[in-house]
Design a binder for this molecule. Structure first.
Ligand code: PEP
Ligand code: MG
Length: 873
């Protein structure tokens, strides 16, 4: 029989895939002899099976859960659903990788109308028992049945108000009994049935809810953002309860073994006396720093410090721990490798190497490549900042600078982002429902919550600037405004946040690009030592090249020459070239473009010194370049000395129904060979001049785009070679060059052996290759892909993350055919996927020579390439 349920004492940390991170680590801690409440884990396989079986538990899974409860009863000396010595449990999700806030937790499960009395007697605290029961009803209703918790909070507030209490702690056992009755009534109203009284029924419903939450919208979005496959499923942990809310000798907290914002060594965290876990995370009361525990409970504190060190040494990484003190006795409820900012990630990784605890390779594997993005995020311009008055202060939860317009809900934030606005999301506190709004925001400001609140943890993970727990602001969400320092800020008005200092400014403070320093260079040098894939950049100007080299680019993998003509002064010549009716007219327009083109190439060659550069011949989808507005057409007609009507007629005649599949790429040069001639000349003349002037030995790689048939490639290639060879011969300067092609049409991949006979290199243009393999328009897919994610048809955007199953197969096949026909052929990728870590891993595995990506993604690609080299050793 397959095993689907494991007691904590049957497992260890190696079983993470099966038991999820939380379950495997609880088992490991137990093995280490640490104080862990006993429990069991329903495996991720059980979750997958649950979905495979049509969202049902099968008999074998049910029997194993039942058996595990019996074992837990024995271990704890208590009985589930019994009112003399009741066993109460927590039910928590735990996927392979932690997904903070994505899944839900139910505490105090096992209570009912009768058990609560027994529990009150057993703990000698009726107030506590009823408080636990009302929390359980609320959480169960929220997590399992989807009844909004705010409705329960409103009921609680009404009862408190009717009795004239300010604080929950003022409520007596009888008051809480009243709350329980009101909560149950609310439950009946929504569910049409009474609150379940059978402990086993409660448990199965909760386990089912955790499985269900694996596919809730927030989880699906989080997985898409973090490349987590839907097939993995989540495990469920059922653990005996311990209580941090049993009075002033109890408490609960969250702590890290190093500072998750900066990476500084030393315990960092906070706790609340007389509170249950969710109180700390929800940020309803403001917690105390962990150092304060030494005064409150010295023994628990020193035990906590000892165990925290044991855990960090054991896992050899910064730990994020949850603990509860029940009447002075310390329990650990969780440990995991903590989420951290990019800055902290680099500091921790390099410190652990310096402390001799880990190898450089392990350090490289500890940092998420995509996180490096954070180091490249904006900071405030120091002069602008010094002139901006600070209007309020909160906790510096996630570093960086943000300036934008204020929105109060996730949906309005998302809408504003779509309109192109910079957004600051302002919330009382955040919860997982806000995830899309947080993702849309440049910065997040909350009125409540500590450094480990949802807002803080999630924003740090996303690398989004966040100031939280700001008591200075009063939010009036209904009025869409908040007040701060006597001023009212309305929706749509600008504010700025300093996530490093926690400051709030009531103006649009100028930001500047980030500069990299500290451990970055050292860390990246380790990445460069191990990776075998080269990393180039996609760049179309000397400025981009200089920027990319500073991020470690080793060459240019794609210079899109049509991008060189977007500028105001150049576009009219480009347009004249496109609408020219005769070869003479076209040549004239092209001649005017030569100086621009040559100057840019020279600037790029000089910036690259002798690093390689692939220049692609013109590939303009015509709709991007033709004039559309009457005014633009008129202006161009005047410049060309023709009538408006004549030009309008030409523009109309060039209209294409499907420009992406139209007269672009090498097709343009087939019709107008003079375009290829002009470009080949600019590329080579620039190389000759730079060689003469600077002595750099430039080896241009001339790339012919969008070939699907070897003969069209050969046609254009012959023109290029004829032009280039004549110029070189006349100059008397030796220039080596190569001519290759992009593989971006499925037919090119299918006939890559024939193509390779003519092409000295391939560069995979996976943007077009994805477009043409899926038959999804690059420009339109965004309008329907969301439905594909929501319906589980696709898990991620194939234009961002390479579809290895389909498109990848074409890439791999083209590599094999290309190598067979031309051994040693140079292979690279220059589609957007060249900067995506999972796609880079694929590129490494199929043996490409390089990836090419936008300048800001170069560090990500360097690290992703290093990780692939380590993983695939
Ligand atoms: C591609 O198609 O992947 C590519 C790099 O070219 P472009 O995006 O310019 O079409
Ligand atoms: Mg393309």
């Amino acid at each position: 029989m397959n095993k689907f349920v494991y007691m904590f004492n049957e497992a260890d940390k190696s079983m993470k895939n099966l038991l999820g991170g939380k379950g495997a680590n609880l088992a490991e801690m137990l093995k280490l002899g640490l104080p862990i409440p006993q429990g069991f884990t329903v495996s991720t396989d059980a979750c997958t099976k649950y979905y495979d079986d049509g969202e049902k538990f099968t008999e074998d899974v049910l029997a194993q859960i039942e058996d595990a409860i019996t074992q837990l009863e024995v271990l704890e000396g208590k009985k589930f659903g019994d009112n003399s010595k009741p066993l109460l449990v927590s039910v928590r999700s735990g996927a392979r990788v932690s997904m903070p806030g994505m899944m839900d937790t139910v505490l105090n499960l096992g209570l009912n109308d009768v058990v609560v009395e027994g529990f009150g007697k057993a703990t000698n605290n009726m107030r506590f028992a009823y408080d636990s029961y009302r929390r359980f009803i609320q959480m169960f209703a929220d997590v399992v049945k989807g009844l909004p918790k705010q409705q329960f909070e409103r009921v609680l507030d009404e009862i408190k108000e009717s009795k004239g209490y300010d604080n929950d702690l003022d409520m007596s056992a009888d008051d809480l009994k009243e709350v329980v009755e009101a909560f149950k009534a609310l439950y009946v109203k929504h569910e049409g049935s009474s609150f379940p009284q059978k402990a086993r029924e409660q448990l199965l419903a909760a386990v089912e809810a955790v499985f269900g939450s694996w596919n809730n919208e927030r989880a699906v979005i989080y997985r898409r953002m973090n490349d987590i496959p839907g097939r993995w499923g989540t495990a469920v942990n059922v653990q005996a309860m311990v209580y941090g809310n049993m009075g002033d000798t109890s408490g609960t907290g969250v702590a890290f073994t190093r500072n998750p914002s900066t990476g500084e060594p030393g315990i960092y965290g906070e706790y609340l006396i007389n509170a249950q876990g969710e109180d700390v995370v929800a940020g309803i009361r403001t917690p105390l720093p962990i150092a304060h525990l030494e005064q409150d409970m010295p023994e628990a504190y020193s035990e906590f410090m000892r165990i925290a060190n044991v855990l960090e040494d054991h896992y050899k990484d910064m730990q994020d721990m949850e603990f509860t003190i029940e009447d002075k006795k310390l329990y650990f409820l969780q440990t995991r490798n903590g989420k951290r900012t990019a800055q902290a990630a680099l500091r921790i990784a390099t410190d652990l190497v310096a402390e001799g605890k880990i190898t450089k390779e392990k350090a490289l594997m500890m940092v998420e490549p995509k996180q490096l993005d954070q180091l490249l995020h904006p900071m405030f311009d120091s002069k602008a900042l010094s002139e901006a008055p600070v209007s309020g202060k909160g906790l510096p939860a996630s570093p960086g600078a943000a300036a934008g317009q204020v929105y109060f809900t996730a949906s309005t934030a998302v809408e504003a982002k779509k309109r192109g606005e910079r957004v600051v999301l302002v919330r009382l506190e955040t919860s997982p429902e806000d995830i899309e709004g947080m993702d849309a925001a440049q910065g997040i400001l909350t009125a409540r919550g500590g450094m480990t609140s949802h807002a803080a943890v999630v924003a740090r993970g996303m690398g989004t600037c966040c100031v939280c727990g700001c008591n200075d602001i009063k939010i009036a969400a209904d009025e869409k405004s908040f007040t701060i320092a006597g001023k009212t800020i309305k929706e749509g008005e600008f504010i700025s946040l300093d996530g490093t200092a926690g400051n709030i400014y009531l103006e649009d403070v100028k930001t500047v690009d980030a500069s990299i320093s500290g451990e970055f260079e050292l860390f990246m040098s380790w990445a460069d030592e191990v990776r075998t894939l080269k990393v180039r950049t996609n760049a179309d100007s000397p400025k981009d090249v200089i920027n990319a080299i500073s991020f470690g680019a080793e060459g240019v993998g794609l210079c899109r020459t049509e991008h060189m003509f977007f500028e105001e002064t150049r576009i009219s010549k480009m347009r004249q070239m496109i609408v020219a009716k005769t070869v003479e007219e076209r040549v004239e327009a092209l001649e005017a473009l030569v100086p621009y083109q040559k100057a840019d190439f020279k600037g790029m060659y000089e910036a690259l010194e002798e690093r390689p550069m692939t220049v692609r011949l013109l590939d303009p989808p015509l709709h991007e370049f033709l004039p559309h507005s009457k005014a633009d057409i008129k202006a161009l007609a005047i410049e060309m000395g023709i009538t408006y009507e004549e030009l309008q007629g030409t523009v109309d005649s060039l209209h294409e129904f499907n420009p992406m599949l139209g007269h672009r790429g090498c097709r343009l040069a087939v019709t107008y060979p003079e375009i290829a001639r002009m470009q080949a000349r600019s590329i080579i003349e620039a190389a000759i001049e730079v060689k003469k002037e600077k002595g750099f030995n430039i080896i241009p790689e001339i790339m012919i785009p969008l070939a699907g048939e070897v003969k069209e490639l050969k046609y254009v290639k012959d023109i290029v070679i004829e032009t280039v060879d004549a110029i070189i011969a006349a100059s008397g300067i030796e220039i080596n060059y190569s001519v290759g092609t992009m593989i971006e049409i499925p037919r090119a991949a299918l006939t890559a052996d024939l193509i390779a006979a003519e092409a000295e290199f391939f560069s995979f243009g996976t943007n077009d290759l994805t477009q043409m393999t899926f038959g999804f328009s690059r420009d339109d897919a965004g309008s329907f892909l969301d439905d594909y994610y929501a319906k589980g048809i696709l898990e991620s955007d194939p234009f961002a993350k390479l579809d290895q199953t389909g498109v990848g197969q074409l890439v791999q096949m083209a590599c094999e055919k290309g190598r067979a026909a031309r051994p040693g052929i140079k292979l690279g990728i220059c589609g957007e996927h060249g900067g995506d870590p999972s796609s880079i891993d694929f590129c490494h595995r199929i043996g490409l020579n390089y990836v090419s990506c936008s300048p800001f993604r170069v560090p990500i690609a360097r690290l992703a390439a290093a990780q692939s080299a380590i993983k695939n050793k």
